[in-house]
Design a protein around this ligand. Structure first.
Ligand code: CAA
Length: 258
């Protein structure tokens, strides 16, 4: 692939957007490669994914403005759908996805991070949806996910004002879970991924499904979703091993993903 690299380190997969000349901006090729990379992740082995950007300056500086500048209405819609489809694949990816935001996360970059389950960032990170300054709306889910993560009022303030925010503010409003010095970001992302990977994988996947799907429906239905996923765990070897280990006062050796 030209712009996306993938590396498996044991049970952790690392996807890097690698187009440093354009601060890792997302053109159609990057989006297609990102989609293909997700399809190729070996879910028998990988228990958590990390998404980051190449270099020390930018996670992703947005959708590619030079590609978008001459789009027609129909092409604009198609480009939006292309981004939305890939980001939705991340949001619904079976295993948790951590965004390790190493610099600018603007427009499509902020949107990419928000399609991940958890965001952590470096202290030089900048988040924002600057699209109205370019005469467009956010187009890869920003109007929807930012409001859901930080609340409607804060999202509207940021989006209407095209106001970028620094790491500290992103932390204060709950857009990121933690801020690190740049050199500590990837080690922290790997540590977080390893913590997740050490737990029962089917249970972790079911938690992701329960939280994501439950948030789309009312509480009655949400609790039914949880009950079914909870029940499903009792068909797994990992539930038997996890509970047996507790009762026998020993540590789980390793969950088998069965
Ligand atoms: N698209 C295309 N190219 C981009 C880009 C983008 N989003 N962001 C940066 N680049 C390119 C620049 O054009 C420049 O290329 P050249 O060297 O060939 O001129 C190179 O990356 C380096 O960028 P700068 O020289 O601008 O670097 P800087 O340090 O001075 O500024 C920056 C960094 C503040 C991030 C600035 O590049 C910037 O404002 N970028 C655009 C951010 C933006 O508006 N993103 C939203 C895009 S719209 C969108 O994403 C819509 C959507 O929701 C789908």
């Amino acid at each position: 692939m030209e712009f996306v690299t993938y590396q498996a380190e044991g049970q952790i997969g690392i996807i890097t957007i690698n187009r440093p000349k354009a601060l890792n901006a997302l053109n159609s090729v990057v989006l297609e490669e990102l989609g293909k990379t997700l399809e190729e992740v070996d879910l028998n082995t990988i228990r958590a994914l990390i998404v980051t950007g190449a270099g020390e300056k930018s996670f992703v500086a947005g959708a590619d403005i030079s590609e978008m500048c001459s789009l027609t209405k129909e092409e604009g819609e198609t480009f939006g759908k292309k981004g939305n489809d890939v980001f939705r694949a991340i949001e619904t990816f079976p295993v948790p996805v951590i965004a390790a935001v190493n610099g600018y996360a603007l427009g499509g970059g902020c949107e990419l991070s928000m399609s991940c389950d958890i965001r952590i960032c470096s202290d030089n990170a900048v988040f924002g949806q600057p699209e109205v300054g370019l005469g467009i709306t956010p187009g890869f889910g920003g109007t929807q996910r930012l409001a859901r993560i930080v609340g409607v009022g804060k999202a509207k303030e940021m989006i209407y004002g095209a106001r970028n925010i620094k790491a500290e503010e992103a932390y204060r409003i709950g857009l990121v879970n933690q801020v690190y010095p740049l050199e500590e970001l990837m080690p922290a992302a790997k540590k977080l991924a390893a913590t997740i990977a050490a737990n029962a994988p089917i249970a972790v996947r079911n938690c992701k499904k329960a939280i994501n799907e439950g948030l789309q429906v009312d509480m009655e239905q949400a609790l039914v979703i949880e009950e079914k996923l909870f029940g499903g765990c009792f068909e797994t070897e990992d539930q038997r091993e996890g509970m047996a280990a507790f009762l026998e006062k020993r540590k789980v050796e390793a969950f088998s993903n069965k």
